[in-house]
Design a protein around this ligand. Structure first.
Ligand SMILES: *[C@@H]1O[C@H](CO)[C@@H](O)[C@H](O)[C@H]1NC(C)=O
Length: 181
């Protein structure tokens, strides 16, 4: 009897922790653009967030996507945001998309689900605030790169290489947005 109630409260705490992780971009107001590099951002500083998760993209309409597709197998929470390239997610323009952050060993155990968002056709403008978010994602990528570089002496060069390519990708996005403006 006592064991049973302890087990139930552990489950309750686990699901509360999961509820605190949220996807902040994309959202209904912050769409993605097809065939472009897009920002994914989440509440990495929330309490008790998982250290790693799998990032998936799904669609509320099974005719668009039968089931969510993994776009990043293992994402570290501490990165706080990443740039999703068209090689990682190459979905057609449309509505009803959602990004899922899930347990890496069980993708149906979803920690957080974004609002439904639109992927607009290539060439569409991002919302005005998107430029600022890209800039802050770029800063986050730069600081992730610094972190990766400072830990690269221990981990080898691959982490630094990834950081550097994130910065290059970020610079590309900022450049693209400026060119559009
Ligand atoms: C995966 O997660 C789902 C949802 O939390 C759960 O129902 C299912 O039992 C889990 N599967 C395994 C193999 O643990």
């Amino acid at each position: 009897m006592q064991f049973r109630s302890i087990a139930i409260s552990v489950v309750a705490v686990a699901s509360m922790a999961a509820a605190q992780l949220t996807v902040t971009t994309p959202s209904a107001a912050n769409w993605w653009v097809a065939k472009s590099t897009n920002v994914l951002q989440w509440s990495c500083k929330a309490d008790n967030v998982p250290q790693t998760f799998t990032v998936l993209i799904g669609n509320q309409n099974p005719a668009v996507l039968v089931q969510p597709l993994a776009i990043i197998a293992i994402q570290n929470n501490y990165d706080c945001s990443v740039l999703i390239t068209q090689d990682q997610a190459n979905q057609a323009a449309g509505t009803g998309y959602e990004v899922l952050l899930a347990n890496p060993i069980n993708n149906t155990d979803v920690y957080a689900r974004s609002e439904a968002f639109e992927i607009k056709p290539l060439g569409s403008l991002y919302p005005t605030q998107q430029a600022e978010q890209v800039a802050s994602a770029s800063a986050a990528a730069a600081s992730a790169s610094t972190t990766a570089a400072s830990s690269s002496t221990k981990k080898g060069n691959s982490a630094a290489g990834l950081g550097a390519s994130l910065v290059l990708a970020a610079a590309g996005v900022v450049g693209g947005v400026l060119a559009v403006l």
